[in-house]
Each structure stands twice: as structure tokens, then as C-alpha cells.
Ligand binder design. Structure first.
Ligand SMILES: [Zn+2]
Length: 483
């Protein structure tokens, strides 16, 4: 978050489009107000569009072998570092070229947390992030989907992500006397067996659902019958609220049924549902219009709105419960990209460009052919260093005269954000000597896929010379689409 703040403040120096940065419990956000030629440029209420990037890492030790592998036991094993990178880079473009709509750029903490500590839920309920917001948009890289393509659906795309916790207690005893106490490990095994396929037997046919045992804790020694066990299940589905709670009741009843097979009176089995994020439900209108917008910049097959629902969870659902909007996935698969939340997770960095394009497409809308596109200079590459938690800019390179920082350094800087706490980051160890650079300056120009794209015109960032000095005259927004 410190680096996000530093970058926003840097951008603020080169452009007058930014409002105040609001630091909330669930993250930070900053408004961007379009430069208007009208007498009154104050955005009217409820017309602002919210663009959200989540920023948190996970307590997953990274094992990618990349030169910027996290060394503190935490890593960005879900790609949220890429989310920050893409939105921050889009904000640079907004500095160069005023967006069509008033925007609110959100950098949110703690997406991976349960609902009680979720950054998204807190931002919506306590941080006022939805005030004056008309529509909300999110984006997630997806390492199991083909790279460079966008995926969504005009309905629920991600699932209710609830959990079932079962606490089991009994007297416990010596392993030689199984008749004197109930064995909580056997009770757990019975519950797991009873719940295997329970969703398929209980819910209507074709219901998309997962009911998966995820945690089992019990026992300390091979000659002891333990006196407790704790068992957790992941409960994922797309059920509407009433069916969702009715299924929860059935689950708890089935756990009690499984426990009733154990005759001794020393046994207590307590099932409890821990509600998670609700399903992420897109507005069909927003999905259709954004998909049409993206297709004006991309090859027709690069945008799909018929993606099957996915059983992952997402706290962007809280935004979508309050406002219409859309959540898209950006494929980032390679043969070695691994799965999300795994130590080997390594999505394709080359899709960063498409993510920038996604935010630009929303910010500029489906522009008319006569839309203004001033000619441009482009961004340089800036290195930051962290000393005693203070980020400062230490070096800027000019691509006309010297090689820019390697693209991996761009990611490296974000990886450092994954700190000892899973929610906020801030690793002191990783902060030393890491740097930030601008990925847009690293790629050669490639022609737009669709030369008639309304964004296929050059744009220019007029930046103070000491801030960003690199000139890349042939870079256009549409060139992002061709990467
Ligand atoms: Zn994620």
C-alpha cells in the first residue's frame, strides 16, 4: 500500500485530475475527475465509475524460482500484484488523457480474508467507497484460462464461499480402551463420508456446487484417543439467499445424523456455518456493454461472455450487491503458470497490457469516432527505494538513451508488498532495494488489431521532465490491445 500511495502522489504531481486520497479501513481510493471544457467541471452525483484492484498476498511460500521470488514466506499467489500494476498503469494513461467519466480508483486490502475481515465488505460498509458511484468494475487475472483473453458472464460468475466448521469433543482416553470413550477421529471420518456427495443428493440436478473437507485437526500421540477434533468444509455454490440458508440447515442436520451413530453419551458434535462472501453477480447490461467496448479494440474471439460460473469466491461481490457492474477475468495461462494459491503460481506477465486496456476501455467508454485524442509523450521508468518504511524516487531512466529496468522489476516491487501479515503487507526485508518501473515503456510498439478502434490514435503525456522522461511516440492505447 505504501508503494501505491507513493505512485499516486507521483502521478498527482504531473496531473491535476486527482481528488484527495482517502485512506479507509479496507484500502485506499482516489477520485479522478475528467478535464472538462464545460463551464462547470464538477461531476454530477452518482455518475462516478469505480475501478477496483485488490492488493493483498497470501501466507504461501513462493516456489517459482523467479529472480524476484518472495523470501518472507508470503507471496502474491493470486496475482493481486498484477491487479495493482494494471490499475496504476492505467492511471498514468488517465493523466495523459482525461477519462470520459469521473472515476474512483480503489486499491483494496484483504480480499483473501473471510467476510468478517474482508477489505471489500469493510470498504462498502464503513469506508463510503460507494458514495456517488454509478457502476463498479473489477478484474482478475486467471492462470488456468488461455492468456490474453477476457472472460465473463451476464450473471453470477463467482460463488457463495461459505464454510462449515464441526467441533467434536468427548472424554478421550487410552488407545487400549476404545470402548470407554468415543473416538473423535472416527466421528470425523463418518461425517466426511456422510457429506461426500451430499450436495449432489440434496440440491436440484445441474446445480453447480462443491462441498469439500479442507481441515481436520485431531490427536497428539499414537497411544492416545484424543478428546477433540475440528473439521472444516468449504461450501461453494450459487444458490440464492433462501436456498443457501436452507442448504446450510440441511448440512448441519446431516452432521448431527452422522454423530448419532456413536452410542456413547460423552460425545458432543457442534456444526456451525461460517457465512462467506455472497456470489459475485454481474449486471447483464454492464457485461454486454463492456464486452462490446472491448471488442472494438480486440480480436472478436478475445472476449467471451459465456464463461461457465467458477466456484471461487470474491469480495467484489459486496460492491456488486450495491451497484450494477461487472467482474471480468483475464486469462494468464502458460504451461508453467501453476494454479492460484499454489507456491508455483506464476501467471503470464505479458497479459498486463490487456489489463491496462480493460481499465482504459471503461474509462473512455465506447468513444465516438470524433473523440479527442491528443498526441503524446510516454512515460519513463522510475526506481523507488524504501528506507525506514518511506518510499522515495531514486532514479528515472530515459528509454531513448539507456535500457529501462527489466520488466520483472515491476512485479518485484509488488511482491515486496506481501508482508508478514496476510492482509496488509509491508515487508521490511523485501523492501530494501526493490524498485518500480513502468511496464508500458518496456514493450516495442505493435500495431492495433483493429485500426478503426476509437482508441487507435496516439496520445501524449506531457510530464515534467524530471518525473517521466521517456518518449515513446508511437505508443497508443490501441497498441496495448496488440500485445
Ligand atoms: Zn484473487
Amino acid at each position: 500500500m505504501a508503494m501505491v500511495m507513493a505512485e499516486i502522489e507521483e502521478l498527482r504531481k504531473i496531473s491535476g485530475v486527482f481528488g484527495d486520497t482517502v485512506v479507509g479501513k479496507g484500502g485506499i481510493y482516489v477520485d479522478i475527475n475528467p478535464v472538462s471544457t464545460e463551464p462547470s467541471s464538477t461531476p454530477t452525483p452518482n455518475t462516478r465509475i469505480l475501478l477496483r484492484a485488490d492488493c493483498d498476498g497470501l501466507p504461501v511460500p513462493e516456489a517459482t524460482g523467479l529472480p524476484f521470488t518472495s523470501t518472507n514466506g508470503n507471496s502474491h499467489a493470486c496475482g493481486h500484484d498484477m491487479h495493482m500494476a494494471m490499475l496504476l498503469t492505467a492511471m498514468r494513461v488517465f493523466c495523459a488523457r482525461s477519462p470520459t467519466f469521473p472515476l474512483r480508483c480503489v486499491f483494496q486490502r484483504a480480499e483473501e480474508n473471510p467476510i468478517t475481515k474482508s477489505g471489500g465488505a469493510v470498504m462498502c460498509s464503513e469506508d463510503n467507497v460507494l458514495q456517488n458511484i454509478m457502476e463498479v468494475y473489477g478484474l482478475h487475472v486467471w492462470a488456468t484460462l488461455p492468456a490474453n483473453k477476457f472472460y465473463s458472464r451476464p450473471a453470477e460468475i463467482l460463488a457463495n464461499s461459505d464454510r462449515l466448521r464441526v467441533s467434536i469433543s468427548c472424554c478421550g482416553g487410552h488407545a487400549s480402551n476404545p470402548s470407554t470413550t468415543t473416538n473423535p477421529i472416527q466421528v470425523s471420518a463418518n461425517i466426511i463420508s456422510r457429506l461426500d456427495g451430499f450436495d449432489e443428493r440434496t440440491l436440484p440436478p445441474q446445480t453447480v456446487s462443491a462441498l469439500v473437507p479442507t481441515i481436520l485437526h485431531s490427536g497428539t500421540a499414537s497411544n492416545v484417543i484424543p478428546n477433540t477434533a475440528e473439521l472444516w468444509f468449504g461450501v461453494r455454490n450459487f444458490l440464492p439467499p433462501s436456498a443457501r440458508s436452507s442448504f446450510h440447515e440441511q448440512l448441519c442436520q446431516e452432521v448431527s445424523n452422522a454423530a448419532s451413530h456413536f452410542p456413547l453419551a460423552d460425545l458432543t458434535v457442534t456444526p456451525k456455518i461460517i457465512p462467506g462472501h455472497p456470489a459475485t453477480i454481474n449486471s447483464p447490461t454492464c457485461v454486454a456493454s463492456l464486452a462490446a467496448n472491448l471488442r472494438t479494440h480486440l480480436a472478436p474471439g478475445d472476449v467471451s461472455t459465456t464463461t461457465p460460473p467458477i466456484l471461487g469466491g470474491e469480495d467484489f461481490s459486496h460492491y456488486l450487491q450495491a451497484r450494477p457492474g461487472a467482474f471480468f477475468l483475464l486469462g494468464a495461462h502458460t504451461p508453467t503458470s501453476g494454479d492460484h494459491h499454489s507456491p508455483a503460481f506464476n501467471p503470464d506477465e505479458r497479459v498486463l497490457w490487456r489489463g491496462v486496456l480493460y481499465w482504459c476501455a471503461i474509462a473512455y467508454g465506447a468513444e465516438s469516432e470524433s473523440g479527442e485524442s491528443p498526441d503524446t509523450t510516454f512515460l519513463g521508468s522510475t526506481r523507488y527505494a524504501c528506507e525506514r518504511s518511506e518510499w522515495r524516487q531514486v532514479e528515472t531512466r530515459d528509454a531513448r538513451r539507456e535500457p529501462l529496468f527489466p520488466r520483472s522489476s515491476f512485479i518485484c516491487s509488488k511482491r515486496a508488498e506481501s508482508g508478514p501479515k496476510r492482509t496488509t503487507g509491508g515487508s521490511k526485508r523485501a523492501a530494501s532495494g526493490v524498485f518500480w518501473s513502468n511496464p508500458l515503456a518496456h514493450e516495442p510498439y505493435s500495431p492495433p488489431i483493429n485500426p478503426r478502434s476509437p482508441l487507435a490514435r496516439p496520445f501524449v503525456l506531457t510530464a515534467p521532465p524530471l518525473v517521466h522522461t521517456c518518449v515513446w511516440p508511437s505508443l497508443t492505447l490501441a497498441s496495448l490491445a496488440g500485445r
